[in-house]
Design a binder for this molecule. Structure first.
Ligand code: GLA
Length: 763
């Protein structure tokens, strides 16, 4: 619900409140964002800054408003030049050479529902949406505030949308040049949140190729704390999802803010503590290197930012974000649809395959219950290694004499669907496409080029290049019965230059807009295809991608123990339904680690399950085990897809005794839950362990059992217990082998061992 009274604005979701008001000077002062509160008669006065004097060298905004000191105020947005020396929300270089702005309040509008965006994907409000429990639609409302620069006529709109059921508020901004001369936008952020103190921890998710989403925590103090990408993609180095918490916040209690951005390009999230101990959060497009020419009459949109807050700790925050992503980001035919269990050819055969080899694997796959066969890299041009052919999207007849069409039919006749890998944004110098269009590649003419994975990026700021990609992909997607596409992107931006003259300061954002245009055209042309995003694993894992593709390949690291950490990191901001995870070979191809089957399966089934190893080479016994795993997954996959996710225990890699991860997914109707227990390392002389659940129906009885596919052991646990006992006391698990007592009836936990627990409502 959004309300205004005498320029005091209240945005309310089921459990949160967001308040601000407009000062007589025309500046918007932020008053509160946190757990839901009710206003008393003096609420506004009690929360507002009420200066009687400005200290020492303080700057007052104007003669008319001598006590408005912008340096100290909590503001809804800030511009450069009238006293606020923190990082600004918006910076415009005006035609007279001045970067000083003076945006003042002009008006507001509240509407039911939510407007879309012109150039960028955004969260959507599905009017007739009902969740599985039959709840009423989320009544989304939107507020637009307008500010006008009193000197130049530039207009800034701040747009807020409230999603009551998910406790999410989104924010975005639009800058319009209503002046008579061109201006240069040097930054336009999406979200600014100024908080009155700085007793906070700043949580970011950092990483690199094959080790994405490490949860990092910094205690704030005066200065700037920045999480950002400068490589043109949202990146595995710093994900746009960040959190801000009180230092004592835990998984189940405490103040916790979460922020994300619906954007796939270079971005920045910053927490800045100023000289007065106030904290400013700013998120949006990476301002460094950004510069956008705005002609009279033109406007620039900033991506939509997402925020939520709770006093229920990290867990409650994650579940709000999960609901929001599932209901308002992911869309299309596959939004709520159970995803097929797939076999991917990459780690099974890499580039070394022909039709016969693929069909041999496919036959075994079909026998085990796999539903989708995915042919990864290597099927096109002369692509026998990663050195050539990106851009030549026609089938390699030496490997596949009957083409994709015939292979797809053979796969279908085995009872499976067929899917394919593509990397359309790229070009190899060794390709026909490059011979025809060398100027389509992003490269500075006449200089050495810094190559990445032997490939260059196509200039998607150009309409002719975008049209080519849409045409080439449409040809591929309609050349065979294709129901799934893995859309990869394997290098970051360097050597920026557009032969079409795209301005350097606009290049990366225009590229991202071009990528969205291509995706938009293709997902509408092929609405039934399940698209999966990928960028060397998780190098473009963000809400922008998820507006087009319901799931993303989380990491090129398929080692189950590494994946447990990566997927735990992702789970803070993203639901399991968008995380693609595969069972791969042991020893693992990235780490060389030996990991039990049960653990490889347990970790992967908490995401969208696939297999990525040569099934044809398995023993009969192993094949039967895979069959039982897949049957188990199919029985419970609705719970993994749409259930509530809980991090019960989050282990620490560096701690011998604390290397334990416990997760749980509870079905939306609480009729069943699946638990998972992973211990990174065997621990001697530690034989006792508990499994304490969360989120069960406390008044119901549940049967709690372990599910041990592949361990060769018998069942260890079988209890019928109340939901309240399981949630509060937990189950004492069977005593573990711990250097003594290895006999039937002990819980044997070798390195990287795990268990799955099935918790079902008893009749
Ligand atoms: C990237 C992807 C992998 C695989 C290879 C193929 O690395 O992340 O999953 O598709 O490309 O070249």
């Amino acid at each position: 619900m959004i309300r205004e009274q005498n320029l005091f604005f209240e945005i309310t979701t089921n459990h949160t409140s967001y308040w601000f008001h407009i000062l007589p000077s025309g500046h918007p002062e932020h008053l509160y964002y946190g757990p839901r509160i009710e206003a008393g008669a003096d609420a506004e006065r009690a929360l507002a800054d009420r200066p009687v004097y400005l200290g020492g060298n303080g700057i007052s905004y104007s003669k008319e408003y001598p006590l408005v000191g912008l340096e100290e105020l909590c503001l809804e947005f800030s511009a450069l030049g009238h006293g606020d020396v923190r990082d600004p929300f918006v910076t415009v270089l005006y035609p007279n050479g001045s970067p000083v702005s003076d945006f003042l309040y002009e008006g507001y509008q509240i509407r039911d529902g939510k407007s879309g965006m012109q150039t960028l994907p955004s969260a959507y409000a599905e009017e007739d949406h009902q969740d599985n429990r039959g709840n009423a639609p989320d009544c989304v409302q939107e507020l637009t505030l307008t500010f006008r620069d009193r000197n130049y006529g530039t207009v800034l709109e701040l747009i807020y949308a409230a999603f009551p059921d998910c406790d999410v508020i989104t924010r975005r901004s639009v800058l319009r040049n209503e002046g008579s001369r061109a201006a240069e936008v040097q930054r336009l952020m999406s979200l600014q949140l100024d908080l009155a103190d700085s007793e906070y921890d700043w949580h970011t998710f950092t990483g690199a190729w094959a080790r994405e989403f490490n949860h990092q925590t910094d205690r704030l103090h005066q200065g700037r704390f920045v999480s950002e990408s400068r490589c043109g993609l949202s990146s595995s180095m710093n994900n746009p999802f960040v959190m801000l918490t009180r230092p004592n916040t835990t998984e189940t209690a405490g103040l916790c803010y979460g922020f994300n951005l619906i954007y796939s390009g270079s971005h920045q999230e910053e927490a800045e503590v100023n000289a007065y101990g106030k904290t400013r959060i700013l998120t949006g497009i990476q301002p460094d290197g950004f510069s956008w020419k705005l002609e009279p009459g033109e406007e620039l949109e900033a991506p939509e930012a997402v925020m939520t807050v709770t006093d229920g700790g990290f867990g409650a925050l994650s579940r709000s974000m999960h609901r929001f992503v599932r209901h308002h980001i992911v869309r299309g035919a596959w939004k709520d649809r159970e995803r097929p269990v797939l076999l991917n050819s990459w780690e099974a055969v890499y580039f070394d395959f022909n039709e016969e080899k693929l069909l041999e694997m496919a036959k075994t796959a079909a026998d085990t219950g796999i539903e989708l066969f995915v042919l990864d890299d290597g099927w096109f041009g002369r692509r026998n290694d990663a050195r050539s052919s990106l851009g030549d999207w026609y089938v390699n007849r030496e490997k596949l004499p009957g083409g994709l069409g015939e292979l797809a039919e053979k796969i279908h006749s085995l009872g499976m669907q067929f899917g394919i890998w593509v990397e359309p944004e790229m070009i190899c110098v060794r390709s026909h496409l490059y011979e025809e269009h060398p100027d389509w590649a992003v490269a500075v003419p006449g200089t050495i080029h810094s190559e990445g994975r032997n490939q260059r990026i196509l200039d998607l700021t150009r309409q002719d290049v975008r049209d080519y990609i849409v045409q080439a992909m449409s040809d591929v997607f309609s050349s065979a019965r294709i129901s799934y596409v893995k859309w990869d992107n394997n290098r970051i931006f360097t050597d920026l230059f557009s032969a079409a003259g795209t301005r350097p300061g606009e290049f990366l954002h225009r590229y991202c807009l071009g990528y969205y245009e291509v995706m938009d055209r293709l997902v509408h042309a092929f609405p039934d295809i399940l698209f999966e995003g990928c960028a060397s694993g998780g190098n473009r894992f963000d809400l922008g991608v998820l507006c087009y593709m319901p799931q993303i390949w989380a990491s090129d690291d398929t080692d189950a123990v590494c994946r447990a950490m990566i997927q735990t990191g992702m789970s803070y901001g993203y639901p399991m339904s968008v995380i693609s995870a595969h069972v791969s070979a042991s020893p693992n191809h990235q780490t060389g680690r030996y990991t039990p089957w049960a653990t490889r399966f347990g970790v992967a089934c908490f995401g969208m399950l696939g297999y990525e190893l040569n099934l044809a080479s398995l023993s009969e016994e192993e094949k039967q085990m895979v069959q039982r795993q897949i049957a188990f997954y199919k029985e419970h996959r609705k719970t993994f897809l749409s259930g509530d996710y809980y991090r019960l225990v989050s282990g620490r890699e560096d701690d011998f005794e604390k290397g334990i991860w416990q997760w749980m997914c509870v079905a939306e109707d609480q009729s069943e839950a699946i638990g998972f227990f992973l211990q990174r390392q065997f621990v001697p002389n530690m034989s006792a362990a508990f499994f304490r659940t969360q989120g069960l129906d406390e008044h119901a009885l549940y049967r709690f059992r372990d599910f041990q596919v592949g361990s060769g052991l018998g069942n260890e646990e079988d209890f019928t217990l109340s939901g309240s006992l399981l949630d509060h006391a937990g189950v004492r698990l069977t005593q573990a082998y711990a250097g003594e007592g290895r006999k039937p009836g002990t819980r044997y936990f070798s390195d990287a061992a795990s268990r799955l627990y099935v918790i079902e409502k008893a009749e």
